[in-house]
Design a protein around this ligand. Structure first.
Ligand code: PLP
Length: 401
């Protein structure tokens, strides 16, 4: 057997984030490949019946079936776990598999969830439509008002759920305040940290119990693949997540895990550059005629600006703005953009723009959109890696067209 160079004794917990992103989780085979190996297999074989029995009994390490685990998926989980600073990470097929798995694995009929109102469309569907079919009730609150979280708790409340910054209104919620109320009331906090990414905000530090990601967004960041992950304690992973996810099957494909591993190598570089460009663009948009309002966490005009500065290391890659001319002006802008593409995806190297009211937040209905503050003139911009000057010029020519 050749030596396995990736497995030399090392202490990845002592590495800086940049090193963790490139080398974390790397588990080389006997061939010494540079890049992470892609194990495109679903099954595993055993040298003897005793080994198979021991693995099924959980008494021996080793893989048994790709729905339970795969070496490439393990490398992805370990890299993201190191970045987050979590005890455990579970890779899943998509961001929504992560949201649903993180909630459903710990709920039963009769339980109650309190959630912030400002939610991504599919998160909203899970809380207000899908979980209630299984006897799980909910209360939606204005997430920026701690009293509403406290007042909504009943003796049935099991979970708090929130997104910060939220999609698409970039509402920023106080993680420490909400988690403190949860701790006081014996309620676990689940945070959708997809907009912030683990680069800009680490919810576990503020007391969150579970954090979910869509790998599809910044982690891949190149529009190639779906994926997701759930970060938690080891105990939660072993006792809640594994029994639920192994048998319900939202497994992350090894190919997608491999793509996400490649994405993570450049995650910090990309997100840092995208945040710099987003801040510039947000500042310029604030001064443009026809733009009624710009929402960006690191602009002083953001209602929770002080909290954003304290909780996040940069303002994020998303800029949301409202056009005075409503839907007509928004669609005109979309039609006239020459570089920025119209797409509901986000976190991509390519800048993407969407009109939430008619796309990502269409199905939740007018009343819910009004309550979330999603207007007809609202446009959500995901800032990519193009030159900021080119993007600003594109936006200006489309606004003036
Ligand atoms: C995209 C997104 C999700 C879902 O992720 P998928 O990988 O598309 O399933 C969940 N929450 C937020 C805030 C998102 O933007």
């Amino acid at each position: 057997m050749l030596k396995k160079p990736g497995n030399k004794l090392a202490n990845p917990e002592s590495w800086a984030e940049e090193t963790r992103l490139v080398r974390g989780g790397l588990d080389r085979s006997q061939h010494g490949e540079t890049s992470e190996a892609l194990y495109l297999n679903s099954g595993f074989v055993y040298p003897d019946g005793e080994t198979a029995e021991a693995r099924f009994a959980g008494e021996a390490d080793g893989y048994v079936y790709a729905r339970y685990g795969n070496p490439t998926v393990t490398m992805f989980e370990e890299r993201l776990r190191l970045l987050e600073g979590a005890e455990a990470c579970y890779g899943v097929a998509s961001g929504m598999a992560a949201v649903y798995g993180a909630l459903a694995c710990q709920l039963e009929a009769g339980d109650h969830i309190v959630s912030s109102r400002a939610l991504f469309g599919s998160c909203y569907q899970i809380i207000t439509n899908i979980l209630p079919r299984f006897g799980i009730s909910f209360t939606l609150v204005d997430g920026d008002d701690p009293n509403q979280w406290r007042d909504a708790v009943t003796d049935k409340t099991k979970l708090f759920f929130l997104e910060t910054p939220s999609n698409p209104t970039l509402e920023v919620l106080d993680l420490a305040a909400v988690s403190a109320i949860g701790k006081e009331k014996g309620v676990r906090l689940v945070v959708d940290n997809i907009f912030a990414t683990p680069i800009l905000q680490k919810p576990l530090k503020y007391g969150a119990d579970v954090v979910v990601y869509s790998g599809t967004k910044h982690i891949d960041g190149q529009g190639r693949t779906l994926g997701g992950a759930i970060m938690s304690t080891t105990e939660f992973k072993e006792k809640q997540l594994k029994p639920f996810l192994r048998h319900t099957g939202p497994s992350l494909s090894p190919f997608n895990a491999w793509t996400l591993l490649k994405g993570m190598e450049t995650l910090k570089l990309r997100v840092t550059a995208q945040c710099e460009a987003a801040l510039k663009i947000a500042g310029i948009l604030e001064g443009e005629a026809g733009v009624a309002r710009v929402i960006y966490p690191f602009l002083e005009s953001h209602p929770q600006h002080a909290l954003c500065k304290q909780q996040m290391t940069a303002g994020g890659t998303m800029v949301t703005f409202e056009l005075a001319g409503g839907k007509k002006a928004a669609f005109n802008l979309l039609r006239n953009l020459q570089i920025i593409d119209i797409s509901n995806n986000l976190g991509d190297a390519k800048s993407l723009v969407t009109h939430p009211a008619s796309t990502t937040h269409r199905n939740i209905g007018q009343e819910a959109r009004d309550a979330m503050g999603i207007t007809e003139g609202m446009v959500r911009l995901s800032v990519g890696l193009e030159d900021a000057g080119d993007l600003i010029a594109d936006l200006q020519q489309a606004l003036n067209a």
